[in-house]
Design a protein around this ligand. Structure first.
Ligand SMILES: C[S@@+](CC[C@H](N)C(=O)[O-])C[C@H]1O[C@@H](n2cnc3c(N)ncnc32)[C@H](O)[C@@H]1O
Length: 267
């Protein structure tokens, strides 16, 4: 019942603006586990042969990391300046910094405890994390070659404000890579807002089947992790929040009442 009320309230911009930050801050503060560095539902490619090679220490994060890999490799990041908006616990920016060799990547998130966690947990000479709001990005105009955004935009008060900020901080010719999910009735308005920002569409893809496949393949590992680390009274919440097989998110993505997508755009 409470979950249903929460979800209904997330239809309102004012609620999204006040609700998400304390939740992600609390998660970072109360559960500062070093091996929990991603907060997305993952991705499995259509062609298993195209999976990236990973070090042994990155292997347990294969599926959430692959969501970053396959989105980020829609353009070449080598030698580029990259901003990640909504970097969470920092695993995605760290993967990009270490494997895709940008000159610089900055992970930005509104939850300052998650930013502090990420800064302590991940070290690479071309990587840092800062606190900041997607609706008011704390960087100058024309600063970045690429902005990447993974499973975060659903939490923003106004995606129109966010897209205007992305356009402002991108260099001319720079790329915007975004992946997230929406109720199908909200996809057209989302896309109209995205294209109304003045960024040009390069490509788009519905990736719900790839996310569902990742949920399936990661299930045993995810459940084992939750049971090992989380006090019994929170296990149910984490199984839902983490999207185990049979969770509401899994059912909605399978049944089509949620659509997971990515878009590649250019300034
Ligand atoms: C589901 S998590 C995804 C984190 C990360 N992208 C990943 O895939 O692991 C969503 C993240 O968006 C962040 N977020 C929510 N609203 C934000 C805003 N207005 N500006 C920046 N970050 C925000 C949250 O704090 C959270 O860390």
């Amino acid at each position: 019942m409470l979950a249903k009320i929460f979800l209904e309230l997330t239809e309102f911009a004012w609620f999204r603006r006040v609700a998400w930050r304390p939740i992600y801050n609390r998660l970072a503060k109360q559960f500062p586990f070093d091996d929990w560095v991603f907060m997305n539902y993952g991705f499995e490619p259509d062609e298993p042969a195209s999976r990236p090679d990973l070090s042994e220490s990155d292997e347990p994060d294969r599926y959430p990391l692959q969501l970053y890999h396959f989105l980020a490799t829609q353009t070449d990041l080598e030698g580029k300046t990259v901003l990640e908006v909504g970097s969470g616990r920092g695993g995605g920016a760290s993967y990009i910094a270490r494997y895709l060799k940008p000159k610089e990547i900055i992970g930005m998130d509104i939850a300052d405890h998650a930013v502090a966690f990420a800064g302590k947990r991940h070290q690479s000479p071309n990587l840092r994390y800062v606190a900041g709001n997607a609706e008011s990005i704390p960087f100058e105009d024309d600063r970045f070659d690429v902005v990447i955004n993974v499973e975060s935009s659903h939490a923003y008060g106004s995606v129109a404000n966010f897209f205007a900020e992305v356009k402002r901080v991108l260099k001319p010719g720079g790329y915007f890579l975004i992946t997230d999910m929406r109720d199908p009735k909200n996809i057209t308005p989302f896309e109209q807002t995205l294209l109304g920002s003045g960024l040009a569409l390069v490509s788009q893809k519905v990736i719900s089947p790839n996310v569902v496949k990742a949920i399936e393949l990661e299930d045993d590992l995810k459940r084992a992790r939750i049971r090992r680390q989380i006090p019994a009274r929170y296990v149910k919440f984490f199984e839902e929040f983490g999207g185990v097989k049979g969770s509401q998110i899994d059912k909605d993505l399978r049944g089509g009442s949620l659509v997971y997508f990515w878009y590649v755009l250019r300034k």
